[in-house]
Every structure is written in structure tokens, then in C-alpha cells.
Design a protein around this ligand. Sequence first.
Ligand SMILES: Nc1nc2c(ncn2[C@@H]2O[C@H](COP(=O)(O)OP(=O)(O)O)[C@@H](O)[C@H]2O)c(=O)[nH]1
Ligand SMILES: [Mg+2]
Length: 291
Amino acid sequence: MLFGVAALYGVSGRVLAGNANRAACVLHDMSYILTICEEYACDNETDGGLTVPTYAVIIPTLNEARNVTALAERLEKVLEHLDWEAVFVDDGSTDGTVDELRSLALRTPRVRFLRRVGRRGLASACVDGMMSTAAEYLAVMDADLQHDENLLPAMFDALASGEANLAVGSRYLEEGGTGAWDKKRVGLSKLATWVAGKSMKVRCSDPMSGFFALHRDIIDAVAEKVQSRGFKILFDILTQPEQSLAVREFPYVFRERAAGRTKLSCSVMADFARLLLTRILSRCFIRKRGR
Ligand SMILES: Nc1nc2c(ncn2[C@@H]2O[C@H](COP(=O)(O)OP(=O)(O)O)[C@@H](O)[C@H]2O)c(=O)[nH]1
Ligand SMILES: [Mg+2]
């Protein structure tokens, strides 16, 4: 019966294969929550010796058919020595991304994917991906090869050693960079970063980064509060008032998109401006009350 329900929601890969001891798949939308747990106590001897991975890389996709296979291959190389899985989360791509993901998942046991139906939004896709894995350490990155996957082992290491509970890939540290961006985009991004800094308690040079890793306790605590349509989930997490964050940053140079187009649109920017305003106002309000 559980297999039937999971299939209905498009969950694929290792969870469906019954490899997880205690797999929890919670779809973020409050209208339906699917939890698969405890019942999944499986004997590893009989299902290929696979165990619950310690690390997961969550990759939101919207029309990234030409990028996903290359990314999975790169991940396999850099994470070779770790116990990890990749969770792609797709929102109705029309370019064959899901076919690519299915074929990847069929031939690569470390890859699984979540196909969301009737739902959109980068932030909620990331949250659903994170909720669908039992891994303790979770990274989020773009599917388009713009983020430097070579940093993942060091980011995971910083989390697993307890040095940090949030590792951020930063374009604005000395050795980082925005690559081929034109002056206008750099200017806008720096301005937004400066304004965002005013609403944050913690120091982070690149709060709009889409490349970060965290201990799962952090997202478990705020999953329901993240702006589901948002594009800048890291900033949302950084500005949740009750979070206790130890941030470590890793410089990287933002690469050019390998194929396909950016989904950063005017409406996405408007959503972000709304989030920014809400956070600045609530920070002012908290300060005033504290006086
Ligand atoms: N699932 C999902 N993924 C999305 C959505 N919007 C963007 N993405 C993915 O999120 C990542 C970041 O988007 P991208 O267009 O690269 O933004 P940019 O790097 O700021 O130009 C990419 O892997 C996109 O395919 C969405 O609504 N749903
Ligand atoms: Mg991108």
C-alpha cells in the first residue's frame, strides 16, 4: 500500500526500492503530508546491502534536461568516498528532464527524484527534497553546473565535524566571484546582498547563494515557515528568528550556465523584494520591542 501511495506522488528511486530503514517523505504543502517511516525496517542483506545515506544533495530542476546527467556524473566523482544520494526535484519540466532523471535513477542507485505535480517554486522544491531524505547532512545546488561541486566534500566535512551547522558557497569572499555576469547584474546582486545584510543577525557574505549545505535539524525546525514560492531559500533560513546558526563560508566562482535558461524573472525578484521587506520590518519591530 505504501508503494502505491508513494508512486502516486512521484517519489522514485531508493525509497521505492525499499532500501531505507526509516525513510521519511514529507511533501511540504500542508494540504497533503505523506510520511513513510518505521514500517520500512528492511534487511540490508536482502536488498543489495544499501544503507540510509549520511549526505544528500538536493537539486531543484525546471527544464534542465541537458544538464542533469552531467551533474550526476560530476557528483559521483567528487563524492566517491562518501555515503550520499542525489535528490532531484522537478516541477513540471517540459523539455524531457523527467525522462532524463528516470533513466538516471534506473542506472544510478545514488540518484532518485521527486516529480511534483501541480506545484511550483524553487524554495518549496528544495524543502520537499530535503524532507524526502533521511540523510543527516543536506546540500542544495543548481542543476545547471553553475555551482562548484568540488566544494561539497569540504562543506559536508565542516558540518560533520561540528565546526558549522550551515556551510555556504559564497561568490563574495575574496577568492570567489560572479564569473561572467554583466555590471548591471553584479550591481543589483551586491545591492540586494547589502540590504539583506541589514535584516540578518548572523554574518554571511552571500545570503542569496543557491549553493549551501546544512544539518537537517535546521530545516526541520523551519520547513513550514519558508516562503514556498521563494527563490532565495538560504536568505529565508538565515533570517528565521529562532535559528541558532554557526555559518562557515566557502568561496567559489559562479560558472556560466552550461545549457538552458535562467528562471530568475521579474516576478521572482518581486517575491524576493517582498520577503526582504517583511524581514526588515520584523527586525525593526523586534528591536523596538527590545528597548
Ligand atoms: N523544482 C523547481 N526548480 C526550479 C524552479 N525555478 C528554478 N528552478 C531550478 O533552480 C535552480 C536555480 O535556477 P536558475 O534558473 O539557475 O537561477 P539562477 O542561477 O539565479 O540564474 C536551477 O536548477 C533551476 O532549474 C521551480 O520553480 N521549481
Ligand atoms: Mg543557476
